[in-house]
Ligand binder design. Structure first.
Ligand code: NIG
Ligand code: FE
Length: 412
């Protein structure tokens, strides 16, 4: 199957050669081609350029994208979309004044979701997650990371990871899977937390590795959850099975999470709402992608991570949704772009780099997705008519994606 998209007003995020990431001042540069064509062949990007160089005699389905922009599909490098039900009761509790941590201490929060998930069949979980994947696909997402972490028992963590494996097989989205057994200490282990960590290391990890159920390992390293020492132990155990770290750090407090992540060569450290100069210094010169989740700050009324400071320190940043039932019940990347521009003061170019090329790096997929580059996957979307890239973050809440193409197949 071959598709030729012609008369594209602006083709966004073009690259001659795939790069790893963009950092610092370079983040404000977004390469584009005006009045362009894009030729997709056999599920890959085959050719692109100015309309004057567009091949004429091509055996392809032709799409006229006059007045429209074409983007590489978004890369959402941090989500928890395999979960059961919802938690709007806690949403109302927080409006009435309870904090996220107070709700968690009472057995709400992650433990509430774990209880629901334990009583939900794998089939039902699959159906719920599938609907969320269809939803984010329509927002322009083509690649997504999915974490476990609402199981918190041997059986339930495996149940989630096996559901993710099925989703990987059947969904047109490119999916990476992360084991987050260390998301919270289950109630029954409250007085002997070491036993739960032993369970993760001695029982869950070997089975997960044997069944090849995870690409990465994650720990919620934060106040009230897992300590730096516990995190270090779990990450080292994961590394023994070849699982790189992508961790939750510094959401609720300056937790030492960034430092322990960097010390363990984490691929990314995510959240960073509570970040100081020490964390920024620690990230410099490393291969760890700082990944910021502004819709979590929006939903929980937390400070926003210091995106400008990170960029001005010469660092790259990725942005992701964190789609989950507790802190971000939404997976809409265009809204992330709006928050990044409005609340973090990123330029649209910086925000778009953060959800394309830098998100791809955070999943080790920078050779496959995240830009319009020959040989990468034919994962793109065509917008509704608009004049410039700034329209997407500007029109917050609007649905501006007109047509989605994944692996060279057109989805309405
Ligand atoms: O990334 N912070 C840890 N985990 C999730 C939220 C978990 C929940 O409340 O269900 C997050 O925000
Ligand atoms: Fe998260």
């Amino acid at each position: 199957m071959s598709i030729l998209i012609k008369n594209i007003q602006t083709l966004v995020q073009t690259e001659e050669q795939a790069k790893n990431w963009v950092a610092g001042a370079a983040m404000s540069h977004l390469p584009t081609i005006d009045n362009a064509f894009l030729w997709l062949k056999d599920a890959s990007i085959f050719h692109f350029g100015k309309m004057e160089d567009c091949p004429s005699d091509v055996d392809a389905q032709v799409i006229d994208a006059s007045g429209r922009l074409v983007f590489p599909s978004w890369v959402d490098s941090h989500t928890h979309i395999v979960y059961a039900g919802s938690r709007e009761g806690e949403f109302v509790d927080r409006i009435r004044g309870l904090s996220y941590e107070e709700i968690a201490k009472k057995g709400g929060g992650i433990l509430n979701s774990a209880k629901r998930l334990q009583n939900t069949s794998a089939e039902d979980l699959y159906t719920q997650a599938w609907e969320r994947l269809e939803e984010i696909q329509a927002f322009g997402t083509g690649t997504v990371e999915i974490k476990s972490g609402y199981g918190l028992s041997f059986e339930s963590e495996l149940k989630i990871l096996r559901v993710i494996k099925e989703l990987k097989k059947n969904s047109p989205l490119t999916i990476k899977s992360t084991f987050l057994g260390a998301h919270a200490i289950p109630m029954i282990y409250k007085e002997h937390r070491k036993d739960y960590i032993d369970l993760i290391i001695d029982k869950m990890l070997p089975t997960i590795a044997k069944e090849e159920l995870a690409d990465y390992i994650d720990v919620f390293c934060d106040k009230g959850f897992f300590t730096v020492e516990e995190t270090d132990r779990i990450l080292k155990a994961g590394a023994n099975y070849g699982l790189k770290a992508k961790i939750h750090a510094n959401e609720l407090a300056v937790s030492g999470g960034v430092q322990v992540g960097v010390a363990n060569n984490a691929l990314s450290v995510d959240h960073l709402e509570a970040t100081t100069i020490a964390e920024i210094e620690c990230l410099k010169g490393t291969k760890t992608m700082p990944t910021l989740l502004p819709s979590c700050s929006f939903f929980l009324n937390l400070d926003y991570a210091p995106a400008r400071q990170l960029i001005e320190a010469g660092l790259p940043i990725a942005l992701a949704t964190d789609y989950n039932p507790g802190s971000t019940p939404s997976g809409k990347i265009p809204f992330i772009l709006s928050l990044a521009c409005i609340k973090m003061r990123l330029l649209p170019e910086e925000a778009i780099n953060a959800v394309t090329i830098n998100g791809a790096y955070a999943l080790e997929l920078q050779q496959e997705v995240g830009s319009i580059c020959k040989g990468k996957k034919a994962n793109v979307f065509i917008t509704k008519p608009m004049d410039s890239i700034a329209r997407i973050p500007y029109s917050f809440g609007s649905d501006l994606v007109e047509q989605v193409i994944l692996n060279g197949e057109i989805y309405a």
